[in-house]
Design a protein around this ligand. Structure first.
Ligand SMILES: Cc1cc2nc3c(=O)[nH]c(=O)nc-3n(C[C@H](O)[C@H](O)[C@H](O)COP(=O)(O)OP(=O)(O)OC[C@H]3O[C@@H](n4cnc5c(N)ncnc54)[C@H](O)[C@@H]3O)c2cc1C
Length: 505
């Protein structure tokens, strides 16, 4: 009997496995594919944009350097990036194909964001993400069993059992991280609701006889959209109501005819090396937990890849769920802690689905939608518009409602920098919460002792205190409480009990 069985060794299942392993849970990951590698996960078709929030998650667990190396990034800013410009949102993508101008970003809109190694998003690919996470999971004692397809599931009040053929894998909890066509979601009876697709999307690695006929970058056309970031890697959206997706073989003739239609050219594809299709179907489960079965990542929410948010949302789910499930397994979770997973993450997923729907609506090739496109383009071109979209894409706009009016509570913690050179992110590597006390009298010392196995207490002056005296940061990097220069100890203890349970005797 494992503490947790995770179904699916995609990026979300692996990230969650690392979080649970770090917290000392016994974890088994069951993965359908016998081989971790696939041409669809490599540098071309597997290319993915990670938001600043996801980069921060890797950084907080000490995996960012490995991820940059595995991704082939040449611009590793190193652990201490004080010299970098304060804007975290440089190079942030687009909305419905309309690119943002980073120069218009208003850094003053993010007063609590401090410069550090995880200020920007980055480009990676699925193979790099999964390799780094698999290695970390193995170091943490997580077992990954490949070539195992989960096909049945049972649960009672004490446990849940995933079945694959003749084999049964019992656990106290099962988490479905098995992607958009999740088997676990169906077997556990989750309701999956949302909207049907407007388009079939395609992504392909192809050679063209005359690729000069295609423009580079993202191109919104009167008949759809096509995108070519590097020569030969082409994506496109064909507004056929999603009819084609997975209904027929992806032939060269079909892809060429769609590309000609959406690009308005007579380009000729000489060879298609790899291709896959997708749609903008936008669906989400109504809850992320049923009894002893939980969902995370694409298993819980699917939408079009426009604006690159699916993986980022899934990593956010894994960070949020990991420590809560671990505390529940270890028996020290305060009442209702696990239910805050759905309460916090479901609204984030719903917003991402709407963000994707809004982009599809703006991209539709009809006169009304194109008129809206013009208006949105004007708005995005303003300073406030750029800042708004950049905050949504980077994850900087995410704030959980934790019932506090303090503007920092519920947000990702600023990477505070102690005078001795330590950063808050350095203190988060072991997966515990952090009480960082930079008040003059360092008065939280006695209070924090009560939770020392679940929360680390560090004290000392910081280089930029942001007008605060102390912060309590949850293991997922979210600020649970922020104290004045002379912190209120009783308020700190109340927040610590709320998130970390009763103090140890
Ligand atoms: C073209 C494209 C571009 C994208 N670009 C971006 C981007 O730039 N940024 C971004 O954030 N997101 C992007 N996404 C979305 C992102 O790829 C997904 O959201 C992400 O991969 C989901 O991860 P996951 O771990 O939840 O699911 P998956 O990656 O689908 O992993 C699920 C795993 O579960 C396994 N599995 C399935 N069923 C079973 C079973 N019954 N038993 C055992 N194992 C099972 C599968 O083999 C797989 O390994 C893009 C998607 C596409 C299609």
């Amino acid at each position: 009997m494992h503490d947790v069985v995770i179904v699916g060794a995609g990026p979300v299942g692996l990230f969650l496995a690392c979080e649970l392993g770090l917290a000392g849970c016994s974890v088994l990951v069951l993965e359908r594919e016998a081989e971790p590698r696939s041409p669809y996960k490599g540098k071309s078709l597997g290319m993915r944009g990670l938001s600043a929030a996801s980069v921060e998650a890797f950084h907080r667990r000490g995996m960012l350097h490995q991820l940059r190396v595995a991704s082939g990034a040449h611009d590793d800013p190193g652990a201490d990036s004080e010299a970098r410009p304060p804007s975290s949102l440089r190079g942030v993508g687009h909305f419905a194909g309309m690119r943002l101008d980073p120069a218009r970003m208003d850094d003053a809109a993010l007063p609590y964001r401090l410069p550090g190694a995880a200020m920007d998003g980055m480009v990676t690919h699925l193979e790099a993400v999964e390799t780094v996470l698999s290695e970390q999971a193995s170091r943490l004692g997580v077992e990954i069993r490949r070539g195992v397809t989960v096909s049945a599931l049972t649960q009672n009040e004490e446990s849940a059992v995933a079945h694959a053929g003749e084999h049964a894998y019992p656990a106290r909890w099962v988490v479905g991280c098995d992607g958009g066509r999740s088997t676990v979601r169906g077997l556990a009876g989750f309701a999956f609701v949302g909207t049907e697709p407007q388009f079939t999307g395609y992504t392909m690695q192809a050679s063209a006889a005359d690729d000069g006929k295609l423009r580079s970058g993202i191109n919104l056309t009167p008949t759809g959209m096509y995108l070519q970031m590097v020569a030969g890697h082409i994506a496109m959206a064909d507004f056929d109501g999603g009819a084609f997706d997975r209904s027929q073989q992806l032939t060269r003739d079909h892809l060429q005819s769609v590309l000609r239609r959406v690009s308005g050219t007579d380009v000729t594809l000489t060879e298609v090396h790899l291709a896959s299709s997708f749609t903008d179907r936008a669906m989400q489960t109504t809850t992320y937990r049923r009894g002893r079965v939980l969902l995370a990542g694409d298993a819980a929410h699917i939408h079009s890849p426009l604006g690159g948010q699916g993986l980022n949302t899934g990593i956010g789910d894994a960070m949020n769920l990991g420590w809560k499930l671990a505390a529940t397994v270890h028996g020290h979770a305060p009442d209702g802690l696990l239910d805050t997973y759905t309460r916090e993450r479901h609204p984030i997923g719903a917003k991402v689905l709407d963000w994707s729907r809004a982009q599809v609506a703006v991209m539709r090739p009809d006169p009304h939608c194109q008129a809206i496109q013009g208006v949105v383009r004007d708005l995005i071109g303003t300073r406030d518009g750029t800042t708004y979209v950049a905050q949504r894409l980077s994850g900087a706009s995410i704030r959980y409602d934790l019932g506090s009016e303090h503007p920092l509570v519920g947000r990702s913690a600023p990477d505070l920098h102690l005078e001795d050179g330590t950063r808050l992110s350095d203190l988060m590597r072991d997966g515990r919460g952090v009480a960082l006390d930079f008040s003059t009298g360092q008065c939280l010392h006695g209070s924090a002792k009560g939770w020392q196995s679940r929360m680390r207490h560090e004290a000392g002056p910081v280089r930029n205190d942001l007008g605060l005296g102390a912060v309590l940061v949850r293991p997922d990097g979210v600020v649970a409480w922020a104290g004045e220069p002379t912190p209120d100890r009783a308020a700190f203890e109340e927040a610590a009990s709320r998130w970390f349970g009763c103090p140890e005797s």
